[in-house]
Design a protein around this ligand. Sequence first.
Ligand code: CA
Ligand code: CA
Length: 125
Amino acid sequence: MRILRVSAAAVLSALAAVAMAMPAANATVTERNQPCPTGYVCLYEHSDFNRHADGRMLKWNESGRKELGDWNFREKTSSIRDKRTGGFKVTDVRTGLPDRHLDLNGDYSQLPSGWNDDIDRLELP
Ligand SMILES: [Ca+2]
Ligand SMILES: [Ca+2]
């Protein structure tokens, strides 16, 4: 029994060390430079796919219109990865003016001129 008790204490101690290390790892690793899975289009909050700053990444794989406001992500997109086929369309919804549309295909470490922090809607074919 004594041996078992010592082993349990050692395991608990090891678990505690892992638990203490985890928040730092989450903050610095999983928030930056998240990969975009095959079959998805991914929108990143910052340029260069969040490589240099913590930020959100949103991903979709199903066809249809995505209103970014539903994810509190209007006018935040600064880079995009496209691991799907068929390209996609982005829209800048404007009050009192016609909406602006742009057809895109592929990866964009920065968005085309005039589109940074302006995308409100995504449409996947
Ligand atoms: Ca941004
Ligand atoms: Ca906009």
